[in-house]
Write a protein that binds this ligand. Structure first.
Ligand code: UD1
Ligand code: CA
Length: 453
């Protein structure tokens, strides 16, 4: 039963090689902190509640994982072995534990589940063959294929350095025996740390330890920013493949960026340079991109978004946006709304079939159905201190280049004459004209020319 096995996630290291103020495990990959990928894979595999060993930036890490894991503080980072001992001391009486390095975002749940299936042995360690083994501990096997020992990169002789089978950083072991072995493990190695791998080597001398393998790609660890970028590329490819398998057309996978957890419906087309981020949901039959960024938004079915940026926005079915518009948090458009080019909207509800097509700013407002907003309309919602609210009724028609000074009520089926600056409310069905009347001065041009000559 996997749920009876508690994982111990090692996440206390500073990640010196990242050269960062932020703890390594909080760096983001596919929109989520590195550590969240590890915890997500453990959860999907079916393991019990994880124990996370935290140290550097421990408060920040604890804040992230508090709801799904127990944290143990390792005050001084004296090595991976010391980190495990710290966890075992805080949680005495554990049975088998799954120890996993916190910097392994590419492990699949299936792989984590399979390692628990190695029966008959005292425990198991996950191995993988990689193209470039530098930075990894090397796996040496006995004649019968069980683990003989692990040799850290810095402690390898030339022959060992050439071995390409490496220690991934995942171990399934009995807690009591591991604790005993760790207490007897010294720190006489290149780093002067208590190595978990030394205790595992000691256990392997007593009892057989299995060494199942996984794909080399899954062993990808994140020690520095180069490896962070490599892991990002792998995760991005997996996300795009997941969407394509679900019936989404991705015109150019190499330039399509999809965060983990984004959902896209069948027969939607994603055009190049599209970024779907955070908690974003896109319906079916949509046409998205090129060059669009959609963050934490919900898009209905049959929508079109072109060359635009959408944040915390909701679009109903059949609504279109762009090219070149910016929908900011709180934009909620109904069905078949048409948002055109060079439009900025913030905190506005827009009723079905309304049109906001050209060069407009709308802020803090509610628009009814079939409202027409003419080109160049501005809702003047900010007086330098506070935001004010504007309501525009159904089928109102706002002429071009109008300023609606908020707070303002524009009644249903009313008209605002082009070029008006409204400082009063407009009743239903009325025409509001708020501009100078035109005056033509006959012969003015000729008289000026005479004066100048
Ligand atoms: C480790 C393994 C190496 C393996 C590699 C695979 C050891 C000694 N070496 O090396 O065999 O091939 O992972 O990814 O285990 N940590 C703590 N407290 C500490 C030290 C580290 O919590 O005192 C945490 C780190 O935050 C990190 C994890 O343990 O998440 C692994 O540490 P790291 O320094 O990355 O080990 P590697 O050198 O990569
Ligand atoms: Ca590492």
């Amino acid at each position: 039963m996997l749920e009876e096995i508690r994982p111990i996630v090692l996440a206390a290291g500073k990640g010196t090689r990242m050269r960062s103020e932020l703890p390594k495990v909080l760096h983001r990959l596919a929109g989520r902190p590195l550590l969240s990928h590890v915890l997500g894979a453990l959860r999907s595999a079916g393991y019990g509640r994880p124990i996370v060993v935290v140290g550097h930036g421990g408060d920040l890490v604890e804040e992230l994982v508090r709801s799904e894991a127990d944290c143990v503080y390792q005050e001084q980072q004296l090595g991976t072995g010391h980190a495990v001992l710290t966890a075992l001391s805080a949680f005495p009486g554990l049975g088998r534990v799954l120890i996993i390095n916190g910097d392994l975002p590419l492990l699949c749940p299936e792989t984590l589940g399979e390692i628990a299936g190695s029966d008959g042995e005292a425990g198991a360690i996950l191995a993988a063959e990689v193209d470039d083994p530098s930075g990894f501990g090397r796996i040496l096997r006995n004649a019968d294929g069980h683990l003989q020992r692990i040799v850290e990169d810095a402690d390898c002789d030339d022959a060992q350095r050439a071995i390409r089978e490496v220690n991934v950083g995942v171990y399934l072991l009995p807690a009591a025996a591991l604790g005993d072995a760790l207490r007897q493990t010294g720190s006489a190695n290149a780093q002067g740390e208590i190595y978990l791998v030394d205790a595992v080597t000691a256990l392997a001398k007593e009892e057989p330890i299995a060494a199942p393998t996984c794909a080399g790609e899954e062993a990808g660890q994140v020690n520095d920013r180069r490896e962070l970028a490599q892991a990002e590329a792998v995760l991005r490819r997996r996300q795009v493949q997941r969407l394509m398998d679900a019936g989404v057309t991705v015109l150019d996978p190499a330039t399509t960026y999809v965060d983990a957890g984004v959902e896209v419906g069948q027969d939607t087309v994603l055009r190049p340079f599209t970024f779907l981020e955070g908690e974003t949901r896109i319906g079916s039959g949509c046409d998205i991109g090129p060059q669009s960024r959609i963050v934490d938004s919900s898009i209905g079915d049959g929508c079109r978004v072109e060359f635009s940026v959408l944040e915390e926005t909701t679009l109903g079915d059949g609504t279109s946006c762009g090219p070149f518009s910016h929908l900011r948090p709180g934009t909620v458009a109904g069905k078949q709304v048409s948002i055109g080019n060079f439009v900025e909207i913030k905190a506005v509800q827009i009723g079905d079939q309304s049109k906001v097509r050209h060069h407009t700013y709308l802020g803090n407002a509610e628009l009814g159905r079939r409202v027409n907003i003419g080109a160049g309309t501005v809702i003047v919602n900010y007086d330098g201190k506070r935001k004010h609210f504007t309501r525009i009724g159904d089928e109102a028609f706002i002429g071009c280049n109008s300023n609606l000074i908020a707070p303002r009520e524009i009644g249903p089926q009313s008209y605002v004459a082009a070029g008006s600056t409204l400082t009063q409310d407009l009743p239903a069905g009325a025409l509001g004209v708020a501009r100078e009347r035109q005056r033509n001065i006959e012969g003015w041009v000729a008289r000026r020319r005479e004066r100048e000559e």
